[in-house]
Write a protein that binds this ligand. Structure first.
Ligand code: F6R
Length: 607
C-alpha cells in the first residue's frame, strides 16, 4: 500500500530511487513520483499510471544526490498526476511522500485554509506537507517541525520529506506504516520494505511507531515525537534481492505458483522430527508446559491469510483436538474482544505489514494475551511486534495475490498441529503418517504444477462466464473461498464461495446454465453429501467442475480434475494447486493484468 524510497549520499539519486520504486511497485501502482534535490532546488516529477510512465517523464540525467520517491495506491483522491506524490508546500520548497491515511485530514485542512493555505490536490498527504511547512517556518529545523506537526495528526503514516533550505537531509517518520533506514558507507537509504534496500546494504534500522529520523549521508538520528533521542544500532538483515524479475515465467504469479514445491520443502526443512513423529520450531519461545496450558487457539488474519488461518484451525482441531477457529483480524480488533489468557493467538500475514492484523496483535498484547506470528517477511512489523512465531521462508512474494505463501501457511499450521498433537493425544503412528505425507508433498505439488496445461484448458472453457460458485465442505469450503477470491481478484469474474451444505438454503436460486460451479470434493466422510450437492446443481443445468480426489466421485460432471490424496492434514494443499492455475489462466484469457490487479496492492498498510 504505497511504497516510499529515499536516498542521501554522493551517488546520483534518481537511478537509486527508480530501482527502489521498481522493487516496491507491488505496493501500489496508480501513479508514481520523485523529488530530486540538487544544490538549492527541488525538482518534482510525477506521472499517473505505472512506473514506466514516470520513467518516460524523467530527465535523462540528474545531478541530484538526495531524493525521495513514491509509488501510490490511492486512498484520498483519485489516481491522477495532481494527487500523485511527492506533494509540496505552497512555495514548492518542501517535498513529502506519504503512505497511510491521515484521519483528521479534513479538520487540519480547514484549519490551514483558515490561515490562507490553498491546496492543489485532494490528498491528506498535501495537508501533512502544509502542516510541517508551517512549523518549519518557525525555526528552520525539519526534524523538530515534523515532530511538532505529527503530534497533531491522527492516523497511520510512513512519511519522508526534504526541504530546499537543507540540502543533503531527509526526515522520515513512522506511525503504523513501515519505514526502514538502510545504513550505507557515507550514504543512507530509506524504504518501506527492506527488500528494496537489499541491493545496497544489509544494515538496517527499523523505525518504531512514533519515531522520527533525520538522515544525512554520514549519520542518522532517531527521536520520538517529543524529541527524546532513541539509540538505535543497525540490525543485519538476510534478505533476497531478487524482486525485480519473474525470470523465465511470464508473470510473478506464475513464477510463484511454480516455486511451491521448493517453498514447501523450505518451510519443512529442519522442522520434521521422524524419531518422535513430531515437528520442531525454533522461534515459538514457549515451553512445552506453557503450550500445554492453552485451552483454545484463535487465528487472526485478513483476506487469503484469513482463509489459510481458517483451514489451519481445522487442521489444528483435527490433529491436536483442541478448539481452534479463525477470525478476521479487522473485525476482531474493533469488537472489543475478550482476551482469554488460556487462548493462544496467531497472527497470520504474508507481508507482516497488514495494518488490521498488526492492530489485532496489539489488542491481544495490550490485554495480556499471547500471540505468535505466522509471517513470511522477516523483520516485518507483525513479526517484530509478536517477537515469536513461525517464519514461512517462502522468499519474496511479488505478485499481488498470494499463492505460494498461502500454501506455505497451510503447511505451517499442519506442522504446528502435528507438534501440538504429539504433545496431546496424537499417536506416534498417526504422527508418522502426517510426516510421511508432508515429506511426499513437494513432489506431489510438482506433479500438479506439471499438469498446468490441463488446468489451463479448463480455465479457458469457463473464462467467458460472468459469474461462478465455489462450493465445498469442511476444509473444502476453505478452499472454495480461496478459489473464489483468487478468481475474482485477478480475472474480475464474480465468484462466490458457499458451504456446499448451504446451497439449497438460497443460492441454488441462481444456478443456471450460465453459472458454473467449482466443487471441491475430497475423498472423506462427506463425499456422498458433496455428490448430492453436485446432482442438485446439475439438475438445474448448472455446469460443474469437480476438483476431487482420485476416484472420489462417480457423479457425471462437465469437467473433472483429479488430485491424489495423501493425508487429510496436507490434502488441502494439493487441492489448492488447480484452483490457483484456473484463476491465473482465466485471468490471462480475459486479458487481465495478473500480477497487478486493478484497485489492489500487495501490502495493505491502511485500515
Ligand atoms: C489475496 C491476498 C490478500 C492478502 C491480504 C492479507 O490474494 O493476497 O487477500 O491475503 O491482504 O495480506 P497479508 O498476508 O500480507 O497480511
Amino acid at each position: 500500500m504505497c511504497g516510499i524510497v529515499g536516498y542521501v549520499g554522493s551517488r546520483a539519486a534518481m537511478p537509486i530511487l527508480m530501482a527502489g520504486l521498481g522493487q516496491l511497485e507491488y505496493r501500489g501502482y496508480d501513479s508514481a513520483g520523485v523529488a530530486l534535490q540538487r544544490k538549492g532546488a527541488i525538482d518534482v516529477i510525477k506521472a499517473c499510471g505505472r512506473l514506466s510512465a514516470l520513467q518516460a517523464a524523467l530527465p535523462k540525467r540528474s545531478s541530484a544526490t538526495t531524493g525521495i520517491g513514491h509509488t501510490r495506491w490511492a486512498t484520498h483522491g483519485e489516481p491522477n498526476e495532481r494527487n500523485a506524490h511527492p506533494h509540496t508546500d505552497a512555495a514548492g520548497k518542501l517535498a513529502l511522500v506519504h503512505n497511510g491515511i491521515v484521519e483528521n485530514a479534513a479538520e487540519l485542512r480547514r484549519h490551514l485554509e483558515g490561515k490562507g493555505v490553498t491546496f492543489r490536490s485532494e490528498t491528506d498527504s498535501e495537508v501533512l506537507a502544509a502542516l510541517i511547512s508551517g512549523e518549519f517556518e518557525r525555526d528552520g529545523d525539519l526534524l523538530a517541525a515534523t515532530q511538532r506537526a505529527l503530534v497533531r495528526v491522527v492516523g497511520t503514516y510512513g512519511i519522508a520529506l526534504m526541504h530546499e533550505d537543507l540540502p543533503g537531509e531527509i526526515v522520515a517518520a513512522r506511525n503504523g506504516s513501515p519505514v526502514i533506514v538502510g545504513v550505507g558507507d557515507h550514504e543512507m537509504f530509506l524504504a518501506s520494505d527492506a527488500a528494496a534496500l537489499a541491493p545496497y546494504t544489509r544494515q538496517v534500522v527499523y523505525l518504531e511507531d512514533g519515531e522520527v529520523v533525520r538522515l544525512k549521508a554520514r549519520s542518522y538520528e532517531v527521536q520520538d515525537f517529543h524529541a527524546i533521542v532513541a539509540e538505535r544500532a543497525p540490525a543485519t538483515i538476510d534478505i533476497e534481492a531478487t524482486l525485480a524479475s519473474s525470470g523465465e515465467h511470464a508473470h510473478f504469479t506464475l513464477k510463484e505458483m511454480h516455486e511451491q514445491p521448493q517453498t514447501l520443502a523450505r518451510l519443512m526443512s529442519g522442522r520434521l522430527d521422524e524419531r518422535f513423529s513430531t515437528a520442531h520450531f525454533g522461534g515459538l519461545n514457549l515451553s512445552a508446559k506453557e503450550l500445554m496450558g492453552f485451552k483454545r487457539i484463535k487465528l487472526l488474519g485478513c483476506g487469503s491469510a484469513l482463509i489459510s488461518a481458517d483451514i489451519g484451525a481445522r487442521t489444528i482441531e483435527r490433529l491436536a483436538r483442541i478448539p481452534a477457529d479463525a477470525e478476521s483480524a479487522a473485525e476482531f480488533r474493533y469488537r472489543n474482544p475478550i482476551i482469554d489468557p488460556d487462548t493462544l493467538y496467531f497472527a497470520v500475514s504474508q507481508s507482516g505489514e497488514t495494518y488490521d492484523t498488526l492492530a489485532a496483535v496489539q489488542e491481544v498484547q495490550r490485554k495480556g494475551g499471547t500471540v505468535l506470528g505466522v509471517v513470511n517477511v522477516v523483520g516485518s512489523s507483525i513479526a517484530r511486534q509478536c517477537g515469536a512465531g513461525i517464519y514461512l521462508h517462502a522468499g519474496p512474494e511479488v505478485a499481488v495475490v498470494s499463492t505460494k505463501t498461502f500454501a506455505s501457511t497451510l503447511a505451517a499450521f499442519t506442522l504446528f498441529a502435528l507438534y501440538l498433537g504429539r504433545m496431546r493425544d496424537l499417536s506416534p503412528a498417526e504422527g508418522a503418517r502426517v510426516i510421511a505425507a508432508l515429506q511426499a508433498l513437494p513432489e506431489h505439488v510438482q506433479r500438479l504444477v506439471d499438469r498446468a496445461d490441463e488446468f489451463e484448458a479448463v480455465a479457458k472453457r469457463y473464462a467467458g462466464y460472468d459469474r461462478a460458485y465455489f462450493v465445498g465442505r469442511g476444509e473444502g469450503f476453505g478452499l472454495a473461498r480461496e478459489g473464489a477470491l483468487k478468481l475474482k481478484e485477478i480475472s474480475y469474474i464474480h465468484a462466490e464461495a458457499y458451504p456446499a451444505s448451504e446451497l439449497k438454503h438460497g443460492p441454488l436460486a441462481l444456478i443456471d446454465p450460465q453459472t458454473p460451479t467449482f466443487a471441491i470434493v475430497p475423498k472423506d466422510d462427506l463425499v456422498a453429501k458433496n455428490a448430492s450437492t453436485i446432482a442438485e446443481i446439475r439438475t438445474r443445468k448448472g455446469p460443474v467442475v469437480a476438483i476431487c480426489h482420485e476416484g472420489a466421485l462417480d457423479e457425471t460432471v462437465e469437467d473433472r480434475i483429479e488430485v491424489p490424496a495423501l493425508h487429510p492434514a496436507v490434502d488441502p494443499i494439493l487441492l489448492l494447486i488447480p484452483l490457483q492455475f484456473i484463476a491465473y489462466h482465466a485471468a490471462l484469457a480475459r486479458g487481465c493484468d495478473v500480477d497487478k490487479p486493478r484497485n489492489l496492492a500487495k501490502s495493505v498498510t491502511v485500515e
